[in-house]
Design a protein around this ligand. Structure first.
Ligand code: PBG
Length: 332
């Protein structure tokens, strides 16, 4: 900063008195266009299983999912991120690659009714393997290179079903180039990749693992997801993913990692997404249910902090609520 400011000539409160001026000098804003809503799809008909730890979120069968997409789209949220709960799981997650897999079916059904909605497909094995790890197990370890084969197949299958963007969340090394190559070879050169580039081994994923029924049956994810203590390493992860062809990079979780978000934006100037994960959502809901905080106010404060730190895209279970909140505010 090259200006000198000194009291009493400078009084920063002068710009804080009028709501009009406060709005004029607002530096960061959240728009409905920034938001992606995650959704969980499960087998069956007319299923709407509430996810207890994530109030307002459900495991939905395809028919109900289509309806929910319409509601979300009408509120102005133009993009959803899909996770599948398959009927059967297997050792290496190949059920994730099937033409009639749960997410593939969901994508085709949504696109039939609502072709304009932008569908992001999460790519990972953990919801599809019997052991709940994000890849193929060999000698008690997730085998990196074998897993790349399944991830590439899953990506192509989801693109064939009509996914608009592929989002690998597994944290295997080399997955972005494997997925990019497979997509290109199958004619999907126009499908972008949003990489979960800096994804931490986080306790904030607890409620999601109930929702997606994807908790690991043994061990943890520390050998593939990042150590929460590291930030230089996040820059290396992001650099590699960009080099391998990622179009958008992501930091996940969001709230406790805003330093990483800020650094990533400053360093790479790439389109940057944050994932405001399940635990972050549930904490706010739980505190609000107890009457300890003002839910709407916190929700907006949190997502605004993502924009301030440098995020362009916000994946959040609050997407619907935020869209409603912004609409209400515009009416006033
Ligand atoms: C799959 C995946 C996870 C989340 C998104 N994709 C869970 C995990 O890595 O265990 C978490 C999302 C959330 O907590 O909202 N690998």
């Amino acid at each position: 900063m090259n200006y000198k400011a000194s009291f009493p000539q400078t009084r920063l409160r002068r710009l804080r008195y009028s709501p009009v001026v406060r709005k004029m000098v607002t530096e960061s804003s959240v728009f409905v266009d920034d938001l992606i809503m995650p959704l969980f799809v499960c087998p069956g008909v007319n299923v709407q299983n509430p996810i207890k730890s994530m109030p307002g979120n459900f495991q939905l069968s395809v028919d109900n999912l289509v309806k929910e997409c319409k509601v979300i789209f009408d509120l102005g949220v133009k993009s959803v991120l899909l996770f599948g709960i398959p009927e059967h799981k297997d050792e290496d997650g190949t059920v994730a690659c099937q033409h009639d897999g749960i997410v593939q079916k969901a994508i085709r059904a949504i696109k039939k009714e609502l072709p304009e909605i932008f569908i992001v497909a999460d790519v990972c094995n953990c919801e599809y393997t019997v052991h709940g790890h994000c890849g193929t197990i060999v000698n008690n370890d997730v085998d990196n290179d074998l897993t790349l084969v399944t991830l590439a197949k899953q990506s192509v299958s989801l693109a064939k079903a009509g996914a608009d963007m592929i989002a690998p969340s597994d944290m295997m090394d080399g997955r972005i180039s494997a997925v990019r190559k497979a997509l290109d070879e199958n004619g999907f050169v126009k499908i972008p990749i949003m990489s979960y580039a800096a994804k931490y081994a986080s306790g904030f994923y607890g409620p999601f693992r109930d929702a997606a029924e994807s908790a690991p049956k043994f061990g943890d994810r520390a050998s593939y997801q990042m150590n929460p203590a590291n930030s230089d390493e996040a820059m290396r992860e992001i650099a590699l993913d960009i080099e391998e062809g990622a179009d958008i990079v992501m930091v996940k979780p969001a709230m406790s990692y805003l330093d990483v978000v800020y650094r990533a934006k400053q360093m790479f100037k790439m389109p940057l997404a944050v994932y405001n994960v399940s635990g972050e959502f549930s904490m706010v809901k739980a505190a609000a249910a107890n009457g300890w905080i003002d839910e709407k106010r916190l929700m907006m404060e949190i997502v605004t902090s993502f924009k301030r730190a440098g995020a362009d895209i916000i994946i959040t279970y609050f997407a619907k609520d935020i869209a409603k909140f912004i609409k209400e505010k515009q009416k006033k």
